[in-house]
Write a protein that binds this ligand. Structure first.
Ligand code: UDP
Ligand code: G50
Length: 473
């Protein structure tokens, strides 16, 4: 998203806004932050980023280092967490625990923000920390924006869920949630944790949902043409009254290389470069494992049976540095040998955006994590959504309504011990790969995404409005 000439500035002057970013944990949360920071940095804004080291995963540490290397003028504000007694949360997800550590240390951010120079003019917080950061911002009389890393439909659920609890449930448990003006989310599509009000994630989600209504604005990684209804109803107060301004600034993408530009060097792009146009099924379920070993084996059967080339990014643990499994053990005897040449399976961190941008990719079999959906939308790659947990089913509703792809609603997700057979997976992959209508719809979404980001487009204008607001503070 290139800034307009009038906003491009040289040396920062005393009127230059200073934005302090407070990101959370997990690549799905850091990627949109880093992309937004990169976009904002070209608008002549002073930027500081609160950084917690060590990170939970190796990928997060690598990407923090990459951000500061690429943007030497961005200040790193080191932040040390108070120790958390993890025995309080047996079996909790390591990323949710980090969110909780951050939330419980958040009061220490106040002095850090107050003493930052030049004076902080706006805070941009991750949504997972919002209920702790917004009150601090209010105390300091500094405006606070929330960067919402999921879709606008999920934002509407986050904002409405506390209202839903106040008005109805609690007494007879959580049911379908009918978000005013947006859609009805069946109980079976809610993030699983929300069915249990005692879960750590649920407590955070409810507190954050209540507090984001008091933010000065919400930035969302989506665009008007993808989620017209959710955005319109959030903005007109139908979801909750007096909701803050919503800036739909997506799809957030990296700035180099430019869309359409081919970078075929390196792994696995060099391999992709040798494959015919739209011949490859890209398979990835996010930056952390979300699939059982038995299901991985069925996916392998399905991909092999589909007859198509595939590029499969396979993670076998939640945290990357614990992933020591050998692919040949995970996939079973002979699989890698049989598919060699026509396919690639890797456990490495890949540049997913470069993969989705590559013309050899014809389909993305995905867990429908929101960043992945936004990237597929940005590059017009059809998605076969197989939600695994959390917000994925809500995201998958947008995959369908927005035209990004199709969703296998009856395929099981985390916690349901039903295997989807290799035959079913293979048949569906084949069917969607050959479906010209699905491909055409996804391509149209890619065009809409381009339009949104180009001068005059909806996301471009939202970004300008946000920057103008920063400069007026
Ligand atoms: N990603 C990547 N390389 C990998 C794994 C993931 O670039 O090897 C990126 C992916 O492009 C996306 C993010 O990591 O931007 C994952 O976020 P998403 O919301 O899709 O899912 P999550 O991993 O949080 O479930
Ligand atoms: C991660 C996850 C499950 C999940 C979500 C994740 C979201 C995103 C929005 O990010 O729903 C969100 C809002 C408030 C909050 C946490 C997350 O407290 O594993 O559903």
């Amino acid at each position: 998203m290139a800034p307009p000439a009038t906003l491009r500035s040289g040396e920062p002057d005393r009127d230059t806004p200073h934005v302090i970013f407070i990101p959370s944990a997990g690549m799905g949360h850091l990627y949109p932050f880093f992309r937004f920071i990169a976009a904002l940095s070209s608008y002549g804004v002073d930027i500081s980023v609160v950084t917690i080291l060590p990170t939970v995963s190796a990928a997060e540490a690598d990407h923090f280092a990459g951000l500061f290397a690429a943007f030497p003028s961005i200040r790193r504000i080191d932040f040390h967490l108070l120790p958390l007694d993890t025995n309080e949360f047996p079996g909790a997800d390591p990323f949710f625990l980090r969110w909780e550590e951050l939330r419980r240390s958040a009061h220490l951010l106040g002095p850090l923000i107050a003493s930052a120079t030049p004076r902080v003019s706006t805070i941009v917080s991750d949504v997972t920390l919002a209920s702790h950061v917004i009150p601090i911002a209010k105390e300091l009389h500094i405006p606070c924006h929330v960067l919402f890393i999921s879709c606008a439909t999920m934002l509407s659920l986050n904002a409405y869920f506390p209202v839903y609890l106040d008005t109805k449930a609690g007494m007879d448990g959580i049911g379908d949630v009918d978000i005013p003006g947006v859609c009805r989310i069946p109980k079976s599509s809610l993030p699983q944790a929300l069915l249990d009000l005692n879960k750590l994630f649920t407590k955070q989600f409810i507190e954050n949902g209540r507090e984001i209504t008091k933010a000065d604005g919400i930035l969302v990684n989506t665009f008007d043409a993808l989620e017209p209804k959710a955005l319109a109803t959030l903005r007109d107060g139908t979801v909750v009254t007096r909701f803050p301004p919503v800036f739909a600034i997506g799809p957030l993408t990296s700035h180099s290389p430019a869309a359409g530009e081919r970078v075929d060097a390196g792994f696995p792009l060099a391999w992709l470069a040798e494959q015919p146009t739209r011949s490859v099924v890209y398979v990835a379920f996010g930056n952390r494992n979300a699939v059982t070993l038995d299901q991985i084996r069925e996916i392998a059967v399905g991909l092999e049976a589909s007859g198509f080339r595939f590029l499969w990014v396979l993670k076998t643990t939640v945290v990357d540095h614990e992933d020591t499994a050998e692919l040949k053990d995970v996939l079973g005897d002979g699989f890698l040998e049989r598919v060699k040449g026509r396919s690639l399976v890797t456990k490495a961190w890949v540049d997913q955006e470069a993969i989705l941008k590559h013309p050899a990719v014809g389909l993305y079999l995905s867990h429908s994590g929101w960043n992945s959906v936004a990237e597929a939308a940005a590059y017009g790659v059809p998605m076969l959504a197989w939600p695994r947990g959390g917000d994925h089913r809500v995201n998958a509703t947008v995959v369908v309504s927005g035209g990004v792809g199709v969703w296998m609603e009856h395929w099981s997700w985390d916690g349901e011990d039903r295997l989807v057979s290799g035959k079913e997976i293979g048949d569906k992959v084949k069917e969607v790969m050959l479906d010209a209508a699905v491909r055409a719809r996804a391509a149209k979404v890619g065009e809409e995404a381009d339009k949104a980001l180009t001068e005059g487009g909806s996301s471009y204008r939202s970004m300008q409005q946000f920057v103008a607001k920063l400069k007026n503070n």
